[in-house]
Each structure stands twice: as structure tokens, then as C-alpha cells.
Design a protein around this ligand. Structure first.
Ligand SMILES: CC(C)(COP(=O)(O)OP(=O)(O)OC[C@H]1O[C@@H](n2cnc3c(N)ncnc32)[C@H](O)[C@@H]1O)[C@@H](O)C(=O)NCCC(=O)NCCS
Ligand SMILES: Nc1ncnc2c1ncn2[C@@H]1O[C@H](COP(=O)(O)OP(=O)(O)OP(=O)(O)O)[C@@H](O)[C@H]1O
Length: 197
């Protein structure tokens, strides 16, 4: 079974992905792939520099993530420009990794995709698991984790669909307002229901 794991920024996807690793279920991680496809010297990074200016590349040849983030989370048209360059490369690599796991006989594969709904990728997966939190908790965790001002954190949250919309498209929802242990209990119940464990 191919399971799409999604939510919104700082809702707890990586936290749940870590729990899934403990069950030895393989995970294809979109955020990780998004870093791989812009490694120094890649065609994708060259296109990004062409669109956003050479100063989005640091001296060591890597993409300056803070700079690109400060541009795209405050400007929808710029975000679209980046997405149009980077998403095809992310998708191709994610599908390659998924197919490799399936070919190797894995029965369950998790696709951890923050923008599953925004990018309309529901057809990539058979079940959708949404990790959700209330807005206050999300804002607090995001500001703490990324050391962001309230304004910058809100801009990031606004650049994605509301969690209430994502919940409606889910096969199961983990409510992550409580402790990590609370989330773990919900995850185990869902995996049993889906006969994954
Ligand atoms: C803008 C970038 C450079 C910021 O890097 P940074 O290290 O600060 O953040 P990181 O990559 O860890 O992403 C954190 C979260 O931001 C959100 N996010 C990232 N990109 C986007 C986007 N284009 N639109 C909306 N939300 C986004 C996701 O929830 C993601 O989990 C980076 O996120 C990026 O390259 N984004 C484009 C690729 C992408 O869309 N990634 C999302 C998964 S497909
Ligand atoms: N139940 C919880 N209790 C307390 N802190 C939590 C809980 N779940 C997650 N966190 C913390 O909240 C922050 C966001 O969680 P996490 O990184 O898992 O979110 P994410 O959905 O993967 O975010 P992103 O889309 O930005 O990658 C992290 O610092 C994490 O340690």
C-alpha cells in the first residue's frame, strides 16, 4: 500500500515519519528530495539562479535556503516560479524512489509530501494520512523550531492550504495537539485498521 503522509508546515509530519521508521516502513521524503535536486552543480539549481539572481547561491555553491525562503513565502508569483522549476524534478525522483522500494518487494511505502493537496498529487497514493494541529499550536511550534518572527511564521502558514481543507481529503487524521505519545497511539490504531502492522 502506498500511503501519502501530509499536513501543513510544522504540523508534525516529520515527527510521525520518525515513528513510522521504527516500524521499518520505508519513507520517500519530499523535503529531503527537494534538497537533493538542488545540490551544487545541478541543472535545477542553475535554473533557480537564472530566475532569482546569482546571489541565491552561496560561496560554497549551495542554494541559500534562507534567502530563497524569504522571497517565496512572501510572494505568491515568485513561489509559483520556484515551484514550476523545482517540482518536476522532485516528482520524478520521488516516483523513482517509490518504484525502487516496490520493486524490492516492500508492501508498504510512505510518501511524505507536505504539498500533496496543493500540488494535486492525491493520485500518487492509495491512502492519505493527515497530521493536523490547531492554528495556535502550529504557529507556536513553527516559531520555536525555525526561530521565526510571528509575521514570517504566519506567511509560511498562509502559503499552504488550511488544515481543515486537508482533513476533508484525508482517509485518516492524527490530531497532534497533544503529546508525542498521544500521536503515537493514534498512528498505531490507524496502521492496524489499514492492516499495515
Ligand atoms: C523555500 C525553501 C528553500 C526553504 O527552505 P527551508 O530549509 O527554510 O525549509 P524546508 O525545505 O525545510 O521546508 C519546510 C516546509 O516549508 C513548506 N514549504 C516548502 N516549500 C514550499 C512551497 N513551495 N510552498 C508552500 N510551502 C512550502 C513545507 O511545509 C516544508 O515542509 C525550500 O523549502 C524549497 O526549496 N522549497 C521548494 C520545494 C518544495 O516545494 N518543497 C516542499 C515539498 S515538495
Ligand atoms: N506532539 C508534539 N508535542 C510537542 N512538540 C511537537 C509535537 N509534534 C511535533 N512537535 C515539534 O513541533 C515542530 C514541528 O514538527 P515537525 O518538524 O514534525 O513538523 P513537520 O510537519 O514535519 O514540518 P515541515 O512541514 O515544516 O517539515 C518540531 O520542532 C517538533 O519537534
Amino acid at each position: 500500500m502506498i500511503i501519502g503522509l501530509t499536513g501543513s508546515i510544522a504540523s508534525g509530519k516529520s515527527t510521525v515519519a520518525k515513528m513510522l521508521k521504527e516500524y521499518n516502513i520505508p519513507i520517500v521524503d519530499a523535503d529531503l528530495v527537494a534538497r537533493q535536486v538542488v545540490e551544487p552543480g545541478t541543472e535545477t539549481l542553475r535554473k533557480i539562479a537564472e530566475a532569482f539572481g546569482a546571489d541565491v547561491i552561496s560561496e560554497n555553491g549551495e542554494m541559500d535556503r534562507a534567502k530563497v525562503g524569504s522571497i517565496i513565502f512572501h510572494d505568491e508569483s515568485k513561489r509559483k516560479v520556484l515551484n514550476d522549476i523545482i517540482h518536476p524534478a522532485i516528482r520524478a525522483e520521488m516516483l523513482r524512489q517509490r518504484d525502487e522500494y516496490v520493486t524490492n518487494g516492500e508492501k508498504t511505502v510512505i510518501m511524505d509530501i507536505p504539498l500533496l493537496f496543493e500540488s494535486k498529487l492525491q493520485h500518487y497514493v492509495e491512502k492519505i494520512l493527515v497530521v493536523s494541529v490547531d492554528e495556535e499550536t502550529q504557529l507556536k511550534r513553527l516559531m520555536e523550531r525555525n526561530q521565526l518572527s510571528e509575521e514570517d511564521a504566519k506567511a509560511r502558514i498562509r502559503s499552504q492550504l488550511p488544515l481543515s481543507v486537508k482533513e476533508q481529503g484525508a482517509d485518516a487524521v492524527i490530531n497532534n495537539n497533544g503529546t508525542i505519545e498521544d500521536a503515537k497511539i493514534q498512528l498505531e490504531r490507524i496502521l492496524r485498521e489499514w492492516n499495515v502492522i
